[in-house]
Design a protein around this ligand. Structure first.
Ligand SMILES: *Cc1c(COP(=O)(O)O)cnc(C)c1O
Length: 521
């Protein structure tokens, strides 16, 4: 499909025109779209003066000084009835994909099922109705929940202190790196280089550059781990530290992690752990024990908040004692005067001279924190551990069954995800993106593609712990079928998807000149 073959819904003039043009326009619509479901943009629907409200006539003098270009009649706003708006958004929601619809093995994203109970908890009026500026003594329960969540996250990660405020993983990275900077500034040191493996998530070098570090790449060895010889050659007095995720984006646990962190500490650097892959190791291993000084967590990945639609999320940062003084304000602390009186009262502390300051409004995305708290308390220590074990088991099961059909560049026991390569399928002209789109035909969200960058034609698969065995098996069947099609009928895979609303797009054109109108060839 090309961009200009898009169906042209009736223009505004046609809509406002005579009855006969309107009739013709709707007949055209049926001819072009094959059904009466009105998938046009909101701006193309409705008619002038149509509203969704039914208010009594205004009796107040309305001689307001509204600039003419802001008057309703001069704005090109959609004018629709309530049912049209409801249907519009219901149709849109049905064309979306979510973990509540089907399997979502999007590597690096931990698209696990989010228990409904956490949603119920997050909807309690005491949480939803609290105002962020309420005096501390009126929201003690909410402060206690956050203080306790900080403690839980510290115990899961093996760290000493935590801020819950960052709104996402990438935001957590930025905050964590700012803490490192504040530390070096306090020591009077100028350290510019931040070492980042070539397998890193793209946000790592981006965050490093954003706060003013120079990202320095260290390559992976043939086992997919940090190349220690190369690392040794990069470390010097300019090294601010290293930033890596363990297990890494290949799904491999770097067994040299303690040695890596020792090497970094020896030159006075600090070690940052990207904790996005915590779903593999909860209750099994703690970054604090591996020698990391600072890390972020993605509550919306590991700790149950629906994600994928752009937020909200939460990326708490956990640190060792040495970085605690720099944590952002406000901090939630036990009240000193109340403690003397023997009661447990929490208060807000903004008086922290070494703090990097404010990084987010108020306390962060509070209701995401409530979900994570509910999740952690429901599973408990043994449940979190079991979740990680099941996530790792599911990934190894898929890997073992698929490696006969796709190239497996790093053939070893994986953690919660693994990376296949479709370079054998490429010999028949079938690329990773074709396989991803063919999977959509079969009712699966595709895996992450073309990441990590060190694997050509990469397919990064993360099943998570919440899928039944039958789902894993049907996914394997689908992948095997596609591998067979790639051999016997490559054109079928190359032209996928065949059953989606729109067929395969010119990706570059679609991102440069997005055309969000629905059409059907
Ligand atoms: C998801 C992810 C991030 C970024 O987290 P966001 O919450 O999307 O900002 C960083 N690193 C890794 C390894 C990730 O998987």
């Amino acid at each position: 499909m090309t961009q200009d073959s898009q169906a042209q819904p009736p223009s505004t003039e046609e809509k406002a025109g005579t009855e006969s043009t309107e009739k013709k326009a709707s007949t055209d619509y049926l001819a072009k779209n094959g059904c009466w479901i009105d998938r046009r943009l909101m701006f193309e629907k409705g008619s002038p003066g149509r509203v969704g409200t039914n208010l009594p006539k205004c009796t107040v003098d309305t001689e307001l000084d509204i600039p003419t270009d802001l008057l309703r009649n001069n704005l090109d706003f959609p004018e629709l009835s309530e049912i049209e708006v409801v249907r519009h958004f219901t149709h849109l929601s049905q064309r979306n994909w979510s973990i509540d619809i089907g399997f979502y093995p999007l590597g690096s994203c931990t698209m696990k099922y989010n228990p409904r109970m956490n949603e119920v908890g997050a909807s309690f009026p005491g949480f939803t109705g609290a105002h962020p500026l309420q005096p501390a003594e009126t929201v003690q329960g909410n402060l206690e929940l956050m203080a306790e969540l900080e403690r839980e996250l510290c115990s899961i990660t093996g760290m000493d202190a935590c801020t819950l405020q960052p709104a996402a993983g990438a935001h957590g990275e930025m905050v964590g790196l700012m803490l490192m900077q504040a530390h070096f500034r306090h020591l009077g040191q100028t350290r510019t280089n931040l070492i980042i493996p070539d397998s890193a998530h793209g946000t790592n070098p981006a965050s490093a550059a954003l706060v003013g570090f120079t990202p320095v790449e260290v390559r992976s060895d043939e086992k997919g781990c940090v190349n220690l010889v190369e690392l040794a050659g990069l470390l010097d007095e300019n090294t601010a530290g290293i930033m890596l995720t363990n297990p890494n984006t290949l799904g491999i646990f770097d067994e040299n992690i303690s040695q890596i962190n020792e090497m970094v500490h020896k030159v006075g650097g600090l070690s940052y752990c990207d904790g996005a892959n915590m779903n593999a190791i909860m209750g099994k291993a703690r970054p604090g024990d591996m020698g990391f000084d600072v890390m972020h967590l993605n509550l919306h990945k590991t700790f149950s908040t629906p994600h994928g639609g752009g937020g909200p999320g939460a990326g708490p940062v956990c640190v060792r004692q040495v970085l605690e003084p720099y944590l952002p304000i406000p901090r939630i602390v036990p009240s000193r005067s109340a403690a003397m009186a023997g009661s447990q009262v929490l208060e807000i502390d903004n008086d922290r001279p070494l703090s990097i300051g404010k990084i987010k409004g108020f306390y962060g995305n509070f209701l995401v924190l409530v979900r994570a708290y509910a999740y952690i308390r429901t599973l408990g220590a043994s449940g979190l551990k079991e979740a990680s074990e099941d996530a790792v088991l599911a990934a190894n099961y898929l890997m073992a069954r698929l490696k006969e059909h796709y190239h497996l560049p790093y053939d070893q026991v994986c953690m919660h995800e693994f990376v296949l390569s479709s370079k054998h399928q490429r010999e028949n002209g079938v690329h990773t993106m074709h396989i991803a789109k063919r999977l959509m035909d079969m009712g699966f969200h595709p895996p992450t593609v073309h990441f990590p960058l060190i694997v050509e034609e990469a397919l990064m698969i993360e099943p998570t712990e919440t899928e039944p065995l039958e789902t894993l098996d049907t996914f394997v069947d689908a992948m095997i079928q596609i591998a067979r099609e790639a051999r016997e009928d490559p054109e079928l895979v190359q032209s996928a998807p065949h059953f989606a609303d729109i067929s395969s797009l010119d990706g570059v054109l679609a991102s440069r000149k997005p055309n969000v109108k629905w059409t059907r060839e």
